[in-house]
Design a protein around this ligand. Sequence first.
Ligand code: LLP
Length: 421
Amino acid sequence: MDHFLYRDGALFAEDVPVAEIAAQVGTPFYCYSSATLTRHFKLFDDALSGMPHLVCYAMKAASNQAILKTLAALGAGMDVVSGGEYARAKAAGVPGERIVFSGVGKTRDEIHTVLTGGIRQFNVESEPEMAVINEVALELGLVAPITIRVNPDVDAKTHAKIATGKAENKFGIPISRAREVYAHAARLKGLKIVGIDVHIGSQLTQLEPFEQAYRKVADLTEALRADGHEITRLDLGGGLGIPYTRSNDAPPLPVEYGALVQKTLGHLGCEIEIEPGRLIAGNAGILVSKVIYVKQGEDREFMIVDAAMNDLIRPAMYEAHHDIVSVIEPEAGLEQGRYDIVGPVCETGDTFAKERVMPPVVAGDLIAFRSAGAYGAVMASEYNSRPLIPEVLVHEDQFAVIRRRPTLDEMINRDTIPEWL
Ligand code: LLP
């Protein structure tokens, strides 16, 4: 459930008409709902309420300061994957003890920054990385809390580009080698083992792959404890999928996921961490765009809109489906149109949808891409010299621009001209 609903014939974000925001901010822009962000965070928090836990929002999904502050105020921790994300989390007021640091290629500099700034734990991805974390910690006279990310070799049954838990993927250490690697970690004086980490992929639409992975983690916890390690924390990653369409086969709910965690891991008495990104932010955001032209092709009609693949790359990159709706509620009984919905970028891949059946539009109409809150704005680029588009946050009947549209001069003036030119 989200807070983008039709009311009095128009699409609202909470209590604000989307068209009113468009009139003030101009299109295209991203629009987020505070109430939906809050609701989704609480669903996870409640789902794990029977166990000691921390929901660490995977801020790669949407990392605007205002979004981070909204979630941090509810008690969220953050899952960060770069020095940049760590700095953003800190800037939003998240204390180090609520930040976990994931990612396969943590640099020495990032490790240094994070250790000095404070961190809940590193989710270690390899032995070479473990060695560097140990070295930097010893140099600083600190002890780095770590989990080791294990790769459980489980098929997440999702898009290949976002599956991370198979042996062929670059993530984690093979679970078969875990005891050996933990034994090695225990000998390093700059490290303190606190638990185990696993993350098998994103947009999972079934619980079964989670169950397989978590059962393996449960067995590993017992094996590692028998080896003398203190395993007090289990970081279970993110990955629970969201409904991208209004069909009936919606992915499992956070409450069902929470019950699975309790069933597979509850008996171990560990603190549970999870790292959801998409489920918190995805349906909490829309991308609002304007129809520039409707053009008749040989055998189809093109709807050319002012958003493009540089603003929302998911359809081009993962063949992702986003529901696209009119901002003015279509009259009932209107004959549907059928459009290839495309942006202005000079690539055929700049196609949001093919043969999409929706109410007819004319130039100037506003449309909204639903479920665009996660992996939308954060994956945008300035390709075709299209400046990054603004982000707006709605809270009840108020809205605020939380990232403004840069001017063309700002974009151009980031370049510098060498003296020989
Ligand atoms: N934890 C780790 C270690 C991750 O790598 C990810 C996502 C998450 C948590 C959050 O997963 P979520 O709950 O959002 O599924 N750009 C792609 C998704 C990439 C996901 C990368 N890792 C997309 O637009 O579908």
